[in-house]
Design a protein around this ligand. Structure first.
Ligand SMILES: [Zn+2]
Length: 169
């Protein structure tokens, strides 16, 4: 099933999610649905809180269907190493139509569980590093706009509030 994406303003996006404890068929179905919902929304990463489910679970495919090996399931992920710096334009499916430059580490290693509960470590650079950080942030109730200046963030929030009032959010 395709889940609608929860937008900025919904409190589920700003609270820490609960650990995944059961690696059962229900979780496998949820992961499948998350990939489908992410592709439908034209994203390269999706965290469970973005579909209203407060679980420490995210999916990533920075190849957008090109490379089956790029499909990653991150359950209970932790960032265990980061180095370097990169600045790129970043967006979020939960904050549609907005983008801002965000500076983040260039190379990141995560430790996470796969859909079967097996722990693994993976290092990503550039876009993949950014996706690891962005999605792990989501599971901690943090959005990418927390990494931009207060001035830019307030401006964005003001625009969003206007859209909300107009019923366009
Ligand atoms: Zn996001």
């Amino acid at each position: 099933m395709i889940y609608p994406i929860v937008k900025f303003g919904n409190p589920v996006l700003e609270k820490p999610a609960e650990p995944v404890t059961e690696f059962n068929t229900e979780l496998k179905k949820l992961v499948e649905d998350m990939f489908a919902s992410m592709y439908e929304a034209k994203g390269v990463g999706l965290a469970a809180p973005q579909i209203g489910i407060s679980k420490r679970l995210a999916v990533i495919d920075v190849s957008f269907k090109e490379d089956p090996e790029a499909k990653l399931v991150l359950a209970n992920p932790e960032i265990i190493h980061k180095e370097g710096k990169q600045t790129q334009s970043e967006g979020c499916l939960s904050i549609p139509e907005f983008r801002e430059n965000v500076t983040r580490p260039k190379k990141v290693t995560i430790r996470a569980q796969d859909v079967n509960g097996n722990w693994y470590e993976k290092t990503g650079e550039d876009l993949l590093a950014r996706a690891f950080l962005h999605e792990t942030d989501h599971l901690n109730g943090k959005l990418y706009i927390s990494h931009i200046s207060a001035l830019k963030r307030d401006l964005m929030k003001r625009k969003i509030r206007k859209l909300m009032k107009a019923g366009e959010w």
